[in-house]
Each structure stands twice: as structure tokens, then as C-alpha cells.
Design a protein around this ligand. Structure first.
Ligand code: FAD
Length: 495
């Protein structure tokens, strides 16, 4: 194997070691028998409640999609979410096929004050899309995306995945901001903000949301946009799943040449100071077309690496010129940046972040990559193949949106900085989480607020939303005073 291929394989192996492949094991639990007239559920306040089988049957008959109970075929498969650390058993799972199904399931939960979890793509790090003993409203069968090239819009159903969004829009020579792992859901991704490699040019996913169909806690099916239900439309652009279940996202698309100048440059960890110090100056002058940001990780053999992911959304010749100074720093082990199909980058981490990995993550928003932060990044690095530090480059179009124009609160950040880990062995949970926290704590003094979509144990929701919180709480009070939609970065309804 030549050196370049070795490096590329080694990097892939390093990331894969952090987020290894899926294992399959299902806990055997007693199955509710037909003879039982009710099954146990849990209320919003945590009290035990009885769910009449006749009422569950009625719900099932009112829906196009199936309602599953423990022991039903498919129940164990559907309750599984991406992060293997969450092994929860809902009292029932409503597999919705259309908006009326969603309305019926929401109404069922509200009338009984039954704990409700909403599953889009299932990628919530803290596993908020599944719950013990409540109702899991599963949107994964509502997963199609349609693109209308005439109006340059994509229409993604509530359970669609980002890969389907990219595929559908790229077929028409169009694109919008989508995240970096294609099996992530459009739902949670968009409602919490939506960062992707094109965000410096096109903004966050919330900046491209033009309308949504959603079901509020009262069961009403609404179309919200800039003219209709303006408060709700503002709140769902950053406020997460707090306000209802979105069954369709209408997203702005842009003409796009899918052959993009893109790839990853990798240096040995010994060159991290040179790379980061250069980046700390250089990033400030980047064009909106250029997305580039550092990550630090360790290969399975213990070799440390610093990497830069690059996507230039424009004329490749101009991208090459803009990237040239970075390429001259140190001696990279590998430089894979070239003109290639956009989907190569958009899917290259899919396998490393496979379903079932046990994963923990923390992040914070950074408004300046100062020399002090660079020093802290170097000092904090832990050579552990299960862990990595990563960034998501913001700025550009993200920064030009007013702080309160949407409910996404971190417009002045230049980058999102995170520390995460992945492993398969449950006995590693405690140690690996502690190591992630140790790494993160050294970087925390340079952060202000966090991205609620990429955090395992996010705290201080009110402070994180800052000046947007008051309006969010008022809208929550108006549309979900009982806080039915509470398994999220929860906004308490104002009274
Ligand atoms: C491997 C991986 C890669 C990621 N990459 C990125 C990235 O590049 N950029 C980025 O910004 N984020 C990224 N994320 C974070 C991601 O945006 C969040 O995890 C997001 O919540 C995932 O959405 P989901 O629909 O898959 O999750 P789910 O677990 O299904 O839902 C998460 C939350 O959103 C709510 N929700 C989901 N769908 C709907 C809906 N249709 N209507 C109402 N509420 C809904 C749920 O109630 C839940 O509270 C990544 C996450 C993972 C695990």
C-alpha cells in the first residue's frame, strides 16, 4: 500500500475506532398478553398510569400506520435509536404514515397526559426520541423528499434523512445546507439549527426553512410560514421539538455544481501547533465559499493526527488558490483535497458513526480562535482512539442573520467546538465519558453557550437561548401549556 493510501486508511480506521460498527442485542422482556385489559404507562409528571387496551385498539384503528406494543414484531427494531447507550422501552409506538396519524397520536398522548417522545431520524445524542413507558411517535416511515426545481424548494417529510434531502436536490442540480452524516434526520437537525458544510454560503437549515406543516399539542394540523402563525414559524427555527411535530419541511435550494473541490488534509499530531496557529490567523479571511476546520484524533495504533476538512463551494481553481497557504504548512501525511462529487464528503463519515455506537458528546460556541485557545487545544488533547475533538465552521452567512431573527441563538460564533467519543463496550461508558469531560473542561473557558443538537447532557437551556428565551416561553405557553413536547431541550411554558 502506498503512503497516501495507508494514511487515508489509517485516518478512516481512527475515526472508525472512535465510532465503531453496530452490534445487535435485544433485551428479553415479558410480553403483555392479550388477556390484560390495560398496560402500564407513565404520565408527564412521572406517575404510573393505566392505558386501556380498548383505547389503544381505537388508536390503532384510527391510524393508517401500525401501533406496536412490547412483543409485537418490529417493536424492538423501532425502539432502537442511533446512540446504543439508550435502551428504552416505550409502552407503545405509533408508526405514523401521514399527518392525520400524527394528530391522532398526539391527541391520544395529550388526553391521557402520557409521556411523549417524537422520533425523526433517531440521532438525538441524549436519546430524547425514545422513552420508557410512554408513547414513541415514530416518523421514520414518513421519510420521502420531493424537489420542485421550478421554485427551487425541497419538501422533506418529518422523518426524512439528510441523505434523501441531498440526493433529491442534487438530482436537479440544486442543494441546501445539510449535516455531515447522511443518516441523521432532517427533523431534529433542522428544528435545532442545522449546521452543514455549506452553511457559510447558505446559512443554517433554519435560515432556509420557508414553511412547515406541523401538528401542535391540540392536534391541529397547521401550515406555518412567514405570514401564517408567525410566532410558531419563528420558534421552530431553533427552538427544537418544543412546539409540535413537523410533518413537512419546505427548504430553499440553490443551484450547485456537485463536483466540488473538497477532501481532508491530515498532519501528524506533532505538527498540530503549526497548523492551529496558522489556522487561528487565516480563518478570519476565509471566503463564504470556503468551509474548513480542524479536528484532532488518534488512530487505533496510537498515532495522533490533526485534520482539516475542506469543501469549497465555487470555482475549484479559486478554491485551490484560497487553500494554497494551508497546504504549505508542515508536512501532511495525506492531502485528499481534489475535485470530487459532493456526496463523497457527505457520506464519508456514515460508517464511522454507525447506528448502535455508544457515544457521548459536548460542545460550545467559540467566537475567536485565539492563541490562548490554540494553547488549550494542544494541552487538552488526549491520545485515546475512542475520543476526538472536532469543529464545525460557522461565520459567513450564519453570522449575518440577526440574533433574534430566528430562535437559533448563537449568531456571533465563528465555530462550534466539540469533544466526543464512541465505543462499543458498555463497561467503558464511565471511563470514556469521564475522559470526554476532562478534555472538554479544558476548552470550556473559551466557549459561550452551546449547540443544543450536539450535546449529551445539555444544561441551562434558558441561559443558552439568551434573549430569545422569553419569546420562546411565551409561544410555548400559548401552544403547549401542558408541556406535552418536553423530551427535548425543554422550554418551560410561560403562564
Ligand atoms: C452522527 C451524527 C452526526 C450529526 N451531524 C450533525 C451536523 O452535521 N450538523 C448538525 O447541525 N447536527 C448534527 N448532528 C446533530 C443532529 O442535528 C441532532 O442529533 C438532531 O436532533 C438529529 O435529528 P433526528 O431527527 O435524527 O433526531 P431524533 O432523535 O429523531 O430527534 C431529536 C429531537 O428532535 C425532535 N424531532 C425530530 N424530528 C422531529 C419532527 N419531525 N418534528 C418535531 N420534532 C422532531 C425530537 O422530539 C427530539 O427531541 C449529528 C448527530 C449525529 C448523531
Amino acid at each position: 500500500m502506498n503512503r497516501r493510501n495507508f494514511c487515508r486508511t489509517a485516518v478512516a480506521a481512527g475515526v472508525a475506532a472512535s465510532f465503531p460498527a453496530l452490534y445487535g442485542c435485544e433485551r428479553k422482556m415479558p410480553v403483555a398478553t392479550e388477556a390484560q385489559t390495560s398496560i402500564r404507562g407513565i404520565s408527564l409528571s412521572g406517575a404510573e398510569i393505566e392505558l386501556e387496551r380498548s383505547a389503544i385498539k381505537e388508536l390503532g384503528e384510527s391510524m393508517m400506520g401500525p401501533v406496536l406494543l412490547s412483543g409485537d414484531p418490529g417493536y424492538d427494531g423501532v425502539r432502537k435509536v442511533w446512540n446504543g447507550m439508550h435502551d428504552r422501552r416505550p409502552a407503545l409506538i405509533a408508526r405514523c404514515l401521514n399527518s392525520q396519524d400524527v394528530s391522532n397520536a398526539v391527541t391520544f398522548a395529550r388526553q391521557r397526559e402520557l409521556l411523549l417522545a417524537v422520533r425523526g431520524g433517531g440521532h438525538s445524542w441524549p436519546g430524547k426520541s425514545v422513552c420508557d413507558d410512554g408513547l414513541m411517535l415514530d416518523l421514520s416511515l414518513m421519510n420521502t423528499v420531493a424537489t420542485d426545481p421550478k421554485v427551487q424548494r425541497a419538501f422533506a417529510r418529518g422523518g426524512a434523512l439528510l441523505g434523501a434531502l441531498d440526493t433529491s436536490s442534487l438530482e436537479h442540480g440544486l442543494v441546501t445546507t445539510a449535516g455531515v452524516v447522511s443518516h441523521t434526520g432532517v427533523g431534529g437537525f433542522t428544528l435545532g439549527g442545522g449546521m452543514g458544510r455549506l452553511n457559510r454560503k447558505y446559512g443554517l437549515a433554519v435560515d432556509n426553512l420557508r414553511s412547515a406543516e406541523m401538528i401542535t399539542a391540540d392536534g391541529r394540523i397547521r401550515r406555518v410560514n412567514a405570514d401564517q402563525d408567525q410566532d410558531l414559524f419563528w420558534a421552530i427555527r431553533g427552538g427544537g421539538g418544543n412546539f409540535g411535530v413537523v410533518t413537512e419541511f419546505e427548504l430553499q435550494l440553490y443551484p450547485f455544481d456537485r463536483n466540488v473541490f473538497s477532501g481532508t488534509i491530515v498532519w501528524p499530531i506533532a505538527q498540530a501547533r503549526d497548523v492551529l496557529e496558522f489556522y487561528g490567523e487565516w480563518y478570519q479571511k476565509l471566503s463564504d465559499e470556503m468551509y474548513v476546520g480542524p479536528a484532532m484524533a488518534t488512530m487505533p495504533d496510537g498515532t495522533g493526527a490533526i485534520m482539516m476538512e475542506v469543501v469549497y463551494n465555487g470555482d475549484p481553481a479559486k478554491g485551490e488558490k484560497e487553500l494554497a497557504p494551508l497546504r504549505k504548512i508542515g508536512k501532511p501525511m495525506d492531502d485528499g483535497v481534489k475535485v470530487q462529487d459532493y456526496t463523497v464528503m457527505q457520506t464519508q463519515e456514515d460508517a464511522a458513526f454507525a447506528h448502535g455506537v455508544r457515544s457521548y458528546i459536548k460542545n460550545g460556541m467559540v467566537s475567536e480562535i485565539s492563541q490562548e485557545l490554540v494553547n488549550a487545544m494542544l494541552d487538552a488533547y488526549i491520545p485515546d482512539p475512542r475520543l476526538m475533538m472536532f469543529t464545525h465552521t460557522l461565520g459567513g452567512a450564519v453570522k449575518r442573520v440577526g440574533e433574534l431573527d430566528t430562535a437559533f441563538p448563537h449568531r456571533n460564533a465563528e465555530t462550534m467546538l466539540g469533544v466526543g467519543g464512541g465505543w462499543m463496550d458498555p463497561t467503558m461508558d464511565e471511563g470514556a465519558i469521564a475522559a470526554c469531560r476532562e478534555w472538554y473542561q479544558q476548552l470550556e473557558p473559551f466557549m459561550g453557550g452551546y449547540y443544543s443538537n450536539i450535546d449529551f447532557d445539555a444544561k441551562g437551556v434558558e441561559g443558552n437561548y439568551g434573549p430569545a428565551y422569553e419569546r420562546l416561553a411565551r409561544i410555548k405557553g400559548e401552544f403547549d401549556s401542558g408541556n406535552l413536547f418536553r423530551l427535548n431541550s425543554n422550554i418551560k411554558p410561560a403562564v
